[in-house]
Ligand binder design. Structure first.
Ligand code: AMP
Ligand code: MG
Length: 434
């Protein structure tokens, strides 16, 4: 477990300078330890859960050699036998094998067995000729032996999953294919990490909830909806704690109660340096601050650390805390750059970096070196297969429609300066990430 001393070494003075994104991500990674508890769930309830143990295959899949095509099974040794007179080979049909109904009789030399896809390969046979490649006359078939090689069209026992091997590893997020794969092993339930509890709330006297009248100078609280939706995709247990006023006592109560009921607490707003920005100041007294200013845009103010439910005490379990910015686009960008990976890691998942592609910027983009910028972009694929990308108009961190119109983030690296039209940039597509 990382101590606050480790962090103060990473961040010489909390507010001395904005931390580069890569360093901040490394700090978050160190703090985001998996929750240990596991539970068993039925196969159908395992979708999107994180496996707590390897699943060892109890059987071979398939459990027997079987036909990959409808056709005729025979001993492929005859293919190499010049006495049989290739290329034209004739065999007598000795019986038939259907899926679930094996042919158990003997197959003599010069014989074959009519076989359907999935049916067990009869003893003594090792090759299947597809029905379309044969001519059948009564109980005999003929085919061109040069068009088939020994072993063709047979699926081997254990070729999909071998008994005793790990079919899926701990840390795997169970996807649709995995649910089917587990069913193919006859596995009825699996051990998964318990779902992470994530409490979230919005801060701001100007916020009104959907359904309330919009008073003069106020805005509807969109961040709780965006956060709720992003959390739903990660399959965590999300606790919506509503809107908290810009008032230190109310905010302190909200932070403490959130920390006492959740593994992770997310707030939005109040982390800047304005007169009513109490979140960061309170967090400094209630928790261990990892960082609160980043060299990124949007998302410069982002408070991160550990939050104690009552008082600092090694016997109490603190919650991980992200004090996200108030601006709606900054909330989404910081969520995807920091929160998502932390939640997956705490959920026990082995996390792959999001898919990143290179695209040609079809316009010039202004960029200041010394911070990472995430612009909202629309990527399209040109006829020759090249990816092209253009920013979605206004990039203000309050312009949520830019995020809604975009299909990717354009990631402009820390040291990078202005981008000239026609030059490559890195993009992170939303599909697959979200
Ligand atoms: P703050 O960091 O609290 O000063 O907020 C920055 C900007 O984001 C202000 O314009 C706020 O009105 C806006 N904002 C803060 N929280 C929300 C929210 N939950 N929904 C929509 N806008 C918000
Ligand atoms: Mg505010």
């Amino acid at each position: 477990m990382t101590t606050s001393e480790d962090i103060s070494r990473c961040v010489p003075a909390h507010d001395a300078q904005a931390l580069p994104v890569a360093q901040a991500q490394a700090i978050v990674r160190r703090w985001a330890q998996p929750v240990a508890t596991a539970e068993r769930v039925a196969l159908r309830a395992s979708l999107d859960r994180v496996l707590a143990e390897d699943v060892i295959s109890p059987i071979d899949v398939p459990s027997h050699d079987n036909a990959a095509m409808d056709g005729y099974a025979f001993d492929g040794a005859v293919l190499a036998d010049p006495a049989s007179g290739p290329p034209e080979l004739e065999l007598e049909v000795a019986g038939q094998a259907l899926a679930g109904h094996a042919f158990t009789g003997p197959v003599a030399r010069g014989q074959c067995v009519r076989i359907m896809t999935g049916a067990p390969i009869p003893a003594g046979c090792d090759t299947v000729i597809a029905q379309e490649q044969t001519v059948r006359t009564g109980e005999r078939i003929a085919f061109d032996a040069q068009k088939i090689s020994r072993g063709a069209n047979c699926r081997r026992a254990g070729e999909d999953l071998a008994r005793g091997r790990a079919a899926l590893s701990a840390g795997r997020i169970v996807r649709a294919a995995d649910v089917g794969l587990l069913a193919s092993l006859g596995v009825a339930e699996v051990a998964v990490h318990r779902r992470l509890r994530v409490a979230f709330f919005s801060t701001g006297d100007e916020l009104r909830s959907v359904g309330e009248p919009l008073d003069a100078g106020c805005v509807y609280d969109s961040n709780r909806y965006t956060l709720g939706a992003m959390l739903a995709r990660l399959n965590v247990e999300a606790l919506d704690l509503g809107i908290v006023r810009d008032e230190p006592a109310a905010l302190e109560a909200a932070l403490r109660s959130a920390a006492s009921c959740a593994d992770v607490v997310l707030s939005s707003g109040g982390v800047s340096v304005g007169d009513a920005d109490f979140t960061r100041r309170l967090f400094e007294t209630l928790g261990d601050v990892g960082f609160w200013q980043l060299a990124m845009r949007p998302g410069r103010p982002l408070a991160f650390g550990r939050l104690w439910p009552t008082h600092r005490d090694d016997d109490l379990r603190p919650a991980l805390f992200f004090g996200l910015p108030g601006n709606p686009v900054a909330v989404m960008v910081t969520f995807y750059q920091f929160v998502r990976e932390a939640l997956l890691a705490m959920s026990g998942a082995k996390v792959d970096a999001p898919l990143q592609l290179r695209a040609i910027s079809s316009t010039s983009i202004k960029k200041r070196p010394g911070r990472t910028e995430y612009q909202r972009g629309v990527a399209t694929r040109a006829a020759d297969g090249t990816w092209l990308v253009a920013p979605t108009g206004s990039q203000g961190s309050g312009v949520l429609s830019s995020m809604s119109r975009a299909n990717c983030l354009i990631v402009l690296a820390h040291e990078q300066g202005d981008v000239a039209a026609g030059t490559p940039v890195e993009i992170v597509p939303f599909d697959g990430l979200i």
